[in-house]
Design a protein around this ligand. Structure first.
Ligand code: MN
Length: 227
């Protein structure tokens, strides 16, 4: 195969304890999957169930540094459990969904909140709020073969050492198996897909120079500085 120019490199993540990296195909996200975050965004979690959106795969940043993007003065952190798939399909039954998960990582669904507010008001697509360059920092993947499928674990975010978000995976409205099952009704999932599973309450702005540290107990950690 030859191309008219060199294709972009495949985005990828390190896997703890493995030399091979995890190649990323697509990045999907769940919106409002924790009731307390839905409420802080002005939504009623009883009336508006979780929904899906996507980020470009090359928005991935494997820790280290991430650029503060253009056109926002209100760039928000959303710390999330990320499921990394090594199998996929369409219309996956929830009972079989966890077999698609290779492992888990901690991610940040970075969001231009000011842009998002304008898009929401107009009923326009969220892409320019959610899909900024380098808007998907993710830590190293921990294999499910090692840790299983965490259903209850603390999830936290600190900025410059100060605790900003804290929740528990058990608070997810749709647990990981149901997220995969529901998302696979919309799109065919495949090996390499990452799914951000939603954020607990406490989202807020980051500033240039801030060090963000995310963790999910028993799963992993992520450290990224915005520059
Ligand atoms: Mn999110």
């Amino acid at each position: 195969m030859s191309y008219v120019f060199q294709p972009a490199p495949c985005p990828s993540l390190p896997v703890i304890g493995r030399a091979e990296r995890f190649p990323v195909r697509r990045i999907y996200c769940v919106g409002r999957n924790y009731a307390d975050h839905a409420r802080e965004m002005g939504a009623d979690p009883q009336k508006e169930p979780p929904f899906f959106f996507a980020k470009p795969a090359d928005a991935l940043v494997a820790g280290g540094e991430a650029r503060y993007p253009s056109l926002t003065r209100d760039y928000h952190h959303e710390v999330e459990l990320v499921a990394a798939l090594h199998a996929g399909g369409r219309d996956i039954p929830a009972e079989q969904a966890l077999a698609c998960v290779f492992g888990y990582a901690v991610g940040l669904d970075m969001t231009r909140r000011d842009i998002q507010a304008g898009l929401r008001a107009k009923g326009w697509p969220w892409d320019m709020a959610k899909g900024a360059d380098q808007s998907a920092p993710v830590g190293a993947i921990r294999a499910a073969a090692e840790i299983g499928h965490p259903a209850s674990a603390a999830i936290r975010l600190r900025i410059n050492g100060a605790l900003k978000q804290e929740g528990n995976l058990a608070q997810m409205i749709l647990p990981v198996a149901e997220v995969i099952a529901e998302l696979s009704r919309y799109v065919e999932l495949a090996p390499g897909d990452l799914i951000f599973t939603g954020t607990p309450a406490g989202v807020g702005p980051v500033q240039r120079g801030d060090l963000l540290e995310g963790e999910v107990e028993g799963v992993g950690a992520l450290a990224v500085r915005f520059v």
